[in-house]
Design a protein around this ligand. Structure first.
Ligand code: AMP
Length: 394
């Protein structure tokens, strides 16, 4: 099947991010926000020309189906003769069995629905996007690309929690997230630094959500995110790894409800909670408040702590790659993480580091044993590429 135009959808609880690809080029991108309340749609071309930027009516914003109707209008405003050949979806959770993207069939949808309780904040909305796109683009193939798929190569030691074994069998595992980003970086390394592409690489995806993955030969050895998107690093508002005994204490001794605990862990913790100022890295870096400084130092230290574990499990490190909004743009974070890691063979070139990575940049000193880079990620391009691969084979 020949595939020219691909629509990539990332449907969240109250938002739908979208990007249109012609061949490999992204030609339009946009976002619907505030579904279910006061919704807004905006979209612009790759050149930055505005296609739509307006409030949506209550009827249009009722649900994902109605919102996709508005999205379709925006696509038609961009190109009245537009034919979408295939739709690629970001799906957060693929459960224990989905290690590859999947063409949408009734069987695949049933399996993804069955594991949706593991990602109640995400999967049902991703699937609503699939249903909406099915109605809007009748007869066109749809592909599901899972955030967890990249991490299915972990062995038992790295995937299991030390709960009774029956829990592992029942799906209590380290699933990992940000898989599209890790896959993109792994493939991109073949273009920008082929000498390390198949070696031992740690990728730090540092955005609002954040995780790190040890990758050897393009395959995940292990990752910091676990059963849910709460595990691992400290994030914008999420706590990352904490002693589960804290949750027991909050509920048993402090009479906090499950919802109250969840709110603290997901929404009030991380950089926002520690700094008491903001979850936004830029704001913290620009602040003179000692609490901002303390939170930033904490952030870097959490990354070092995880880096040590990942390197030990992989048996070494040849390259460290920063990506995501913070990894690509924050020279301060990269410098803070690398400081004191000379014993691992990591030496930064401060001048090379002192810029934003609008394209792949090497930031290690020439004497550094470990190559350190910052590479912009592109999860949507990865979803489009996989959608194309699957649909062209049909
Ligand atoms: P993401 O979720 O990947 O879009 O990343 C969002 C995070 O990147 C936010 O914490 C931003 O503050 C951070 N970020 C974006 N640009 C910069 C910058 N120039 N310097 C520091 N942090 C940045």
């Amino acid at each position: 099947m020949s595939i020219e135009t691909i629509l990539v959808l990332n449907a969240g609880s109250s938002s739908i991010k979208f990007q249109l690809f012609k061949g490999e080029a992204s030609v339009l991108s946009g976002q619907i926000d505030g579904l279910g309340a006061k919704a807004w749609i905006k979209a612009k071309t790759a050149e930055g020309d505005k296609i739509v930027d307006r409030a949506m009516t209550d009827d249009e914003a009722k649900n994902h189906n109605s919102a996709l109707g508005v999205l379709l209008e925006a696509l038609k405003a961009f190109d009245p003769n537009l034919e979408v050949d295939a739709i690629g979806h970001r799906v957060v959770h693929g459960g224990p069995n989905m290690s590859e993207p999947q063409l949408v069939t009734p069987e695949v949808l049933a399996e993804v629905e069955a594991i949706s309780s593991m990602a109640p904040l995400h999967n049902p909305h991703n699937l609503a996007g699939v249903a909406g796109a099915g109605a809007a683009f009748e007869g066109k193939p749809q592909v599901l690309c899972f955030d967890t798929a990249f991490h299915r190569s972990q062995n038992f030691n790295n995937e299991a929690y030390a709960l009774p074994l029956s829990y592992y069998k029942n799906g209590y595992r380290r699933y990992g997230m940000h898989g599209q980003s890790y896959l993109y970086i792994s493939r991109e390394l073949h273009n920008v630094a082929p000498e390390i592409a198949d070696k031992k690489v740690v990728v730090a995806h540092l955005g609002n959500g954040a995780s790190m993955t040890a990758i050897e030969n393009g395959k995940c050895i292990t990752t910091t995110m676990g059963f849910t998107a709460l595990d691992g690093l400290a994030m914008g508002t999420r706590c990352g790894t904490i002693d589960p005994g804290i949750l027991l204490y909050m509920m048993q001794e402090k009479d906090m409800s499950v919802d109250e605990v969840a709110h603290v862990l997901y929404k009030e913790s991380g950089m926002l909670g520690l700094s008491e100022i903001s979850q936004d890295m830029r704001e913290l870096e620009n602040s003179n408040d000692p609490k901002a400084k303390q939170a930033l130092e904490y952030y870097d230290n959490r990354i070092k702590r995880e880096l040590g574990g990942l390197v030990a499990c992989m048996g070494g490190i040849d390259a460290l790659i920063f990506t995501g909004g913070i990894g690509e743009n924050s020279a301060k974070t990269r410098a803070g993480v690398c400081k004191g890691l000379e014993f691992l063979g990591i030496e930064l070139d401060e001048a090379a580091n002192d810029r934003r990575a609008s394209e792949a940049i090497t930031i290690s000193a020439s004497s550094s044993k470990v190559k350190v880079m910052a590479i912009p990620t592109n999860e949507e391009a990865m979803i489009a590429a996989q959608t194309r691969e699957i649909c062209e084979a049909l």
